[in-house]
Design a protein around this ligand. Structure first.
Ligand code: 1PR
Length: 542
């Protein structure tokens, strides 16, 4: 009988649950390797890796894994490295020059240039090989990447060492997306998060389908590079009957205006997430918009929602709401890092922090822009990597009186309000927009970027639920202030609004909620329009 077991190294911080789910989805079971001695019993070995190169390599080295992994690879048994698992095969990385890699392949990684593009590189890009395809890789497919460091592609160099190389292009940098030689496959992208295209790669590796096929000239002209990401967002809370529902507010008010004022119920979270995945959503975000009071943290309903969702949704999942230091119902203190860990173990790839980020930024400025190392953002990003920490911002416009004196806040000149004022800034809010803080949006995003946040989810209370389009001025202001990727959110009412935000701002991604939940448009409608307008998008694959 064919060997249906795949061995995974159990060292990883981050979301390994999705990888397990993906392996199971393609018909294999997972065995855990818990010590270097276990490596010997592995036939097919996968080395997943998320986060920091130096941290991962030090963990491998300290646990004594390096000789065992080397031996496995050299024995000719199947080996697959994912993300840092690919990087580990090289000699080193400028992410931490003092820690060596396995040195199995010659070459050093360096950081993407962020002069004119966002870093980390987050999203869907190619793994394109012009001549030879292996392990189910397709030159036309898109795969999900999330990394700041890359192996630069220098034509011929890896090939001279016998490797087949598939590349991605980000800005003007071409980098190694996947490499293969004999028994070894390594991908910089996350196949377990790359929809059907990624599942095909995992299946080909597990099935031992190493064989290559020549595809000279195939799709040489197909557009390459990072696609525009379209994200579906589900605001989740318990309704008055105690059921967990997807809801959607108008400027954050989620109650119906009709008699009874009940919480708007638009459907069930797991089913809706799956629907959006099947429509081609590039990511799914859950925002738990009220905390679940009187519930032990270990039983948080969102944990089960993530566990269920990650079995069928193979694109990145973000969870927000309540990521902060908390006291459990029995009085135990639980840190934000511990809560994030519970979510990552349940299938989340990123956590999104709202109110706590505002408090942390206020403390940062009060301390003269000194990092404390104690904030949730710093702790979670140093354990799981910057890419795992999103800050969700809930700003709203504040108009200053006409001809205002110089303001401490970052202002813009815009269309006039009722009083005729044309100067406004965006103030930050906490607790779902209920409390306004004396901190503007630029101050917040620059502070959280300094703390190690990897991405901004930029809502706008004035626009939320209005179906009137994104706040382009706000998005441009925030994009100009940070290097990390920005997700535009709030106001999408039709596919044209996505086209508008991608053509008039440099936003990295755009998110919709109400228009999808009410069934007015599908994610596919948005992608189709973007493709028609010549934006690069990930096509849905089956
Ligand atoms: O403060 O860390 O506990 O996080 C709470 C999280 O919940 C924050 O991310 C905050 O944005 C969110 N939140 C809190 N209250 C509400 C509410 O609606 N009453 N929802 C809320 C924010 C904004 C988007 C929404 C877009 C797009 N929702 O997620 O989906 O605005 O909507 P649209 O396309 O229909 O216009 P913490």
């Amino acid at each position: 009988m064919a060997d249906k077991k795949v061995y995974l190294l159990d060292y990883v911080a981050g979301n390994v649950r999705s990888l397990v789910n993906a392996i199971e989805k393609v018909g294999y079971t997972v065995e855990w390797i818990k010590s270097p001695e276990d490596v010997e019993k592995a036939n097919k070995l996968i080395l997943p890796g998320v986060g920091h190169f130096g941290h991962c390599m030090t963990q491998f080295a300290n646990a004594g894994y390096l000789p065992a992994i080397r031996k496995h690879i050299e024995s000719g048994k199947p080996f697959m490295g994912i993300c840092v698992g690919l990087q580990a095969l090289f000699e080193g990385s400028s992410e931490n020059s003092s820690v060596p890699g396995l040195g199995y392949i010659k070459g050093h990684l360096d950081r993407f240039d962020d002069t004119s593009k966002s870093v980390p590189h987050i999203g869907w890009n190619s793994a394109y090989a012009i001549e030879t395809q292996v392990f189910g890789l397709s030159p036309t497919a898109k795969y999900y990447y999330v990394h700041s460091y890359k192996m630069p592609y220098i034509p011929g160099e890896l090939e001279a060492q016998g490797w087949l190389v598939a590349t991605g292009i980000y800005g003007n940098e071409e980098f190694v997306g996947a490499i293969a030689k004999g028994n070894v496959l390594a991908t910089q992208f996350h196949p377990e998060k790359s929809g059907s295209a990624g599942l095909r790669v995992i299946k080909a590796f597990c099935d031992g389908e190493v064989q290559s096929w020549k595809s000279a000239g195939l799709n040489q002209n197909s557009p390459r590079g990072l696609t525009r990401r379209v994200i579906a967002c589900l605001d989740v809370r318990t309704n008055d009957q105690g059921d967990l529902v997807v809801t959607k507010g108008d400027q954050y008010d989620v109650r119906e205006k009709t008699e009874g004022n009940s919480v708007r119920n638009l459907g069930k979270p797991v089913e809706m997430a799956r629907k959006y995945y099947e429509q081609g959503a590039d990511e799914v975000t859950f925002l738990n918009i009220t905390s679940f009071r009187d519930c032990p943290l270990a039983d948080l309903p969102m944990l089960e929602i993530l566990r269920q969702t990650s079995k069928t949704v193979f694109v990145p999942l973000t969870i927000g709401g309540g990521i902060r230091d908390t006291t459990d119902v029995d009085g135990t203190k639980v840190s934000a890092l511990e809560i994030a860990t519970m979510y990552f173990k349940s299938g989340a790839d990123k956590v999104s922090i709202g109110s706590d980020a505002v408090t942390a930024a206020e403390e940062y400025y009060a301390a003269g822009k000194k990092l404390s190392g104690k904030t949730a953002i710093e702790q979670i990003s140093s354990a799981y990597g910057n890419q795992a920490v999103v800050v969700s911002v809930d700003p709203k416009r504040v108009y200053l009186p006409p001809n205002p004196p110089p303001s401490q806040f970052h202002t813009i000149t815009t269309h006039p309000d009722a009083s005729g004022s044309t100067t406004c800034y965006y103030t930050c809010t906490i607790r779902g927009g209920r409390e306004t803080r004396p901190l503007d949006v630029v101050q917040l995003v620059t502070a959280v970027e300094a703390m190690g946040c990897g991405e901004i989810l930029l809502n706008c209370i004035d626009k939320d639920g209005t179906n009137s389009g994104f706040d382009l001025e706000l998005i441009s202001m925030v994009k100009a202030a940070v290097k990390i990727p920005v997700i535009a959110s709030s106001g999408a009412g039709n596919p044209g609004h996505f086209e508008e935000v991608f053509s008039k701002t440099d936003t990295d991604a755009a998110l919709g909620a109400g228009m999808f939940h009410r069934g007015e448009y599908t994610v596919k409608d948005v992608k189709d329009l973007l493709a028609e307008k010549k934006f690069l998008v990930r096509n849905l694959e089956h």
